[in-house]
Design a protein. Structure first.
Length: 944
């Protein structure tokens, strides 16, 4: 039908595509959940307002369309106002297309096919869609005009860029055989396309169309269940073609051909939001491809671009004439008022609004009967054959009733039928020949497919080998990982050993620090002893000084006594001289007194000498004791120092031995590490080489595979191309030179196919031998690497055992050395404890001795003091007795002696006072010495 001669058609000026908008009501769920609406429809103005919230702002976007149908609009309203005029145009000979475009579930199918409820008693249901209503209108109008017509319908579905004929009843029985079910688009050689293998049903009433729709719906339902198909993801095209016989103004018989395409497009759902999985994404992608291409076609048409990408999808190829061509087009854009669909709604509104700018140049398709019959005969043969088959099946011939209204026409048609039957027989023969050709082609194709399968199997074998290699590679990787793990463990144990050695070293250092602390203590002790010596020396000097002072005081006192006695003697001498006469008789008494005094003084002198002697003796004892003590301490310290020195020297020697051993051990460890590192480095190099080789082989393999694929693809596509070309050429020429062409074509094809097969075999053979070579290379290399790896493992194990033995022996010797150290340290500490006890006991003994010495000295001094006191008392008593005797002798004699007596008294009293003073000073000094000794001994020496 695309092949009508347009020159005879009426031409109209370019008209814009009509775009109507339909907004569905809210769904029940939306009503229940009180979903807000964001779309307002003004049917009178033909305007739609969409309210958009961006942030806190609300913006309204207005879109104007040719017609707007709000949520309350009915099916009949839409049909009457927008579709019905187009149906009238179809009956005038125009080609018209109605697209339903919009988001999923916005009512495209509802608008086109209705709500599923069919007509009852010839009355359409209020839910009936555009298809039913159009069909009804066509029949009603044609019947009303009593026109002669033939009406045919076709129903196609495009899903994943594959076309399915929804009318082909036979084919639906072989759902598994995809090749029989799918039909293809072919170029008609005049710039148009036709659907090869598509069935067109001749219909005589609207009811038949309803039935067809019902059947197609059932089939689609079955397909949906079998292939997980859904109307949302497929495009459907329902076409009604009407050939109407008419009389032109010039009185010529003409045939007008009107066609109405009713297109229910796939839902324009956002692919990303659809949650499509891998398979679904492909589906969505393909649908998107069709929709995108439709969008691009619309854009190109709006922009009046030089290239319109009709060929990019099957949908646009099929509907090429419907947009921007000679067809009148109407787009019914469907939207939902729900806020949840706002984004898609805005897209639909933009898309539809833009489509309003598309212009097309509709033409009436009408031809004279003769030319139509002549020119379309070839095209009609196929269809007539089908019609004949259909009528044969029903055992009668069906033509529209109106075709038989006149006898002339009946005769003409009968003649025509005869002619056509003859032609049909001829065509049948041609068809048989063609069928044979087709069968031979099928065999060839089957052979080729078999060859391809064979190659595929080989390819799969190669892939399997590659997978095996990959598996081996993975295993080798695992072994490497295990060995790495082993090496890491070894390194870990080595680290632990080093840490242990460090801890031992730190313990030794700690012991060293202990020993140095002990040395410090010894030094401190020496210092204390030195200080004690100094204190003792100071005490000694102080005591000597005090004793000197005491001696001095005693000698001064003796001198003073002598002076005083001298004075007394002088006085007495003068007294004696002055009073020689008067005192002669008392001379004896004085002589006696003098003797008494002399004896007292002598006693005192002896006592003082005794004191001096006693002090010197005490001092000598004390000094000798101090000397003995200091000699003891010196000897003791010297012995201890000697012992400590020896001990320290031994310890130092031990330490240096240990350090030497540690150094040796560290060196050995270092060497072991180096050995391990070198071995690891060598093995890693080997493995890197191995991996590199594997990479090289793998890349070579993939390259070979790629080359094979490319070559095979090229050859196959070349073969396909050649076949296509050949088929196309044959299609054209077969009608004229079927026999010659068949022969030459068969020979040519055989030759080409043979050539291609030979080339394929050759290539496959070459690739297989290459692959085998590569695989044997890889195997050799892998076995080499395995051997190297085994050697490496053995060497590593040997090193590991050696290292462990070395570490064990070093550890043992270190332990021994340390035990030695510990024993010596314990001995040292025992020695120090003994020396400390000895020093303490020595100190205690010395203190006790000194105390006893000092106590004896004090006692002796006290005794001397008591003796002196008793001596002095005796002397005083004797003096008192002498004086009393003298007084009693002179009391009654000489008053003049009073002066002499007073003078003597004046000398004697100060002398007595001085004596008392001397006595008290002597006592004080003794006390001072005692205090000083106490202080020295208790506070400074004993350290209280
Ligand atoms: N204008 C309307 N009035 C009443 N019901 C409607 C209307 N539009 C759509 N519906 C209902 O909404 C549901 C979905 O509609 P429909 O299947 O026609 O959507 P669709 O756009 O064809 O979806 P898809 O793209 O998935 O094929 C149906 O149950 C239909 O009855």
């Amino acid at each position: 039908m695309e092949g009508f001669d347009a020159k005879c058609g009426e031409k109209l000026e370019g008209v814009n595509v009509q775009v109507v908008l339909r907004c569905r009501p809210l769904s029940e769920e939306d009503e229940i959940s009180r979903t807000p609406t964001v779309v307002t429809c003004d049917e009178l103005k033909g305007e739609v307002l969409a309210i958009q919230s961006i942030g806190n702002k609300q913006t309204e976007r207005a879109f104007v369309f040719d017609k707007v149908f709000g949520p309350t609009s009915q099916q009949v309203d839409l049909f009457t106002q927008s579709v019905s005029p187009l149906v009238s145009d179809v009956l005038e000979g125009f080609h018209c297309t109605i697209f339903a475009y919009g988001q999923t579930a916005t009512g495209k199918t509802y608008t086109m096919e209705g709500g599923g409820k069919m007509a009852k008693n010839g009355e359409l249901h209020s839910d009936a869609g555009v298809i039913q209503r159009s069909a009804q209108k066509c029949f009603e109008e044609l019947e009303a005009k009593r026109a002669q017509y033939i009406m045919k319908v076709s129903f196609l579905e495009i899903y994943n860029e594959e076309i399915t004929d929804l009318l082909s009843s036979k084919k639906w029985e072989f759902l598994d055989d995809k090749s029989t079910r799918r039909i293809t688009l072919m170029e008609d050689g005049k710039g148009g396309v036709f659907v090869r293998g598509m069935e067109e049903d001749i219909v005589y009433s609207a009811d038949e169309i309803y039935k067809i729709l019902e059947n197609a719906a059932t089939r689609r339902h079955r397909t949906a269940n079998l292939l997980n198909k859904h109307s949302s993801r497929s495009h459907s095209i329902f076409s009604i073609t009407i050939h109407i016989k008419d009389i032109s103004r010039e009185g010529q018989e003409i045939i007008k051909t009107g066609k109405l395409n009713l297109v229910d497009l796939a839902g324009s759902v956002n692919v990303l939001r659809s949650g499509a999985g891998e398979g679904r994404a492909r589906e969505a992608g393909e649908i998107n491809k069709s929709l995108l291409t439709l969008g691009r076609v619309i854009n190109a048409l709006v922009d009046e671009s030089s290239h319109v990408p009709y060929r990019d999808s099957k949908l646009t190829r099929l509907l090429r004439n419907s947009l921007g061509g000679k067809t009148k087009a109407c787009i019914i854009a469907t939207i939902s008022p729900s806020i949840h669909c706002l984004e898609e709604t805005l897209c639909t509104l933009d898309y539809a609004h833009r489509a309003r700018n598309i212009k097309s140049k509709p033409e009436i398709n009408q031809k004279t009967m003769e030319s139509t019959m002549m020119k379309d005969l070839n095209y009609e043969i196929d269809h007539l054959k089908k019609e004949l088959n259909a009528t044969n099946e029903k055992n009668s011939i069906h033509f529209p009733r109106d075709c038989f209204l006149q006898e002339d026409e009946k005769k003409a048609i009968a003649e025509k039928m005869e002619r056509m039957e003859l032609k049909l027989k001829f065509k049948d023969k041609q068809l048989i020949v063609l069928q044979e050709l087709y069968d031979s082609q099928q065999y060839l194709t089957a052979d080729l497919i078999e060859e391809l399968d064979h190659n595929q199997i080989k390819l799969e074998g190669s892939e399997k080998m590659l997978l095996d290699q990959e598996e081996k590679y993975q295993k080798a990787k695992c072994v490497i990982r295990e060995n790495e793990h082993l090496i890491m463990k070894l390194q870990h144990s080595e680290r632990e050993l080093v840490e242990h050695a460090h801890s031992l070293r730190s313990e030794l250092e700690f012991n060293d620090a202990d020993i140095s602390r002990l040395l410090c203590k010894i030094e401190h002790k020496c210092n204390i002893e030195e200080r004690n010596q100094i204190i003792l020396q100071r005490f000694q000097s102080h005591l000597t000084q005090q004793l000197h002072i005491l001696l001095k005081i005693v000698s001064t006192s003796v001198m003073e006594q002598e002076n005083q006695l001298q004075e007394i003697e002088d006085e007495m001498h003068s007294f004696v001289c002055g009073k020689a006469m008067a005192t002669r008789e008392y001379k004896g008494w004085v002589e006696k007194l003098k003797d008494l005094y002399c004896s007292g003084i002598t006693t005192l002198d002896g006592l003082a000498g005794q004191l001096d002697q006693n002090s010197q003796l005490t001092f000598g004892k004390f000094y000798s004791q101090v000397l003995t003590h200091s000699t003891y301490v010196d000897d003791c310290l010297r012995g201890i120092t000697f012992e400590a020195d020896n001990l320290l020297k031994e310890l130092q020697t031990d330490f240096s031995n240990q350090i030497f051993k540690l150094n040796v051990f560290g060196k050995l460890q270092h060497e072991g590490h180096q050995r391990t590192a070198e071995a690891t480095r060598s093995i890693s190099n080997t493995f890197i080489n191995f991996l590199h080789m594997l990479d090289v082989h793998a890349s070579r393999l993939s390259k070979i595979l790629e080359e094979t694929q490319i070559v095979e693809d090229q050859q196959l596509s070349k073969l396909e191309r050649e076949f296509e070309e050949c088929a196309a050429i044959e299609d054209k020429q077969l009608l004229e030179k079927v026999v010659e062409m068949l022969t030459s074509s068969n020979a040519l094809k055989r030759k080409q196919v043979q050539k291609a097969i030979n080339a394929l075999r050759q290539n496959a053979h070459e690739r297989t031998s290459n692959l085998q070579k590569e695989v044997s290379n890889t195997q050799n290399f892998t076995s080499l690497i395995k051997e190297q790896w085994r050697l490496y493992i053995e060497e590593t194990e040997r090193h590991y055992l050696e290292n462990i033995a070395a570490v064990e022996s070093r550890r043992f010797s270190l332990e021994e050395g340390l035990n030695d150290c510990i024993e010596k340290t314990e001995m040292g500490s025992l020695l120090w404890e003994n020396s400390w006890d000895f020093t303490v006991s020595l100190g205690k003994e010395t203190i006790a001795l000194m105390e006893s010495i000092v106590r004896n000295g004090i006692e002796a001094n006290q005794k001397i003091r008591a003796d002196i006191s008793s001596g002095a008392t005796t002397a005083l008593e004797n003096l008192d007795a002498g004086i009393k005797a003298l007084q009693s002798s002179i009391d009654c004699s000489l008053e003049s002696d009073d002066d002499a007596c007073e003078k003597i008294n004046s000398i004697i009293i100060p002398s007595l006072r001085e004596q008392l003073d001397l006595k008290s000073r002597h006592c004080d000094k003794i006390l001072e010495i005692k205090e000083c000794v106490d202080k020295c001994v208790k506070h400074e020496y004993m350290g209280f």
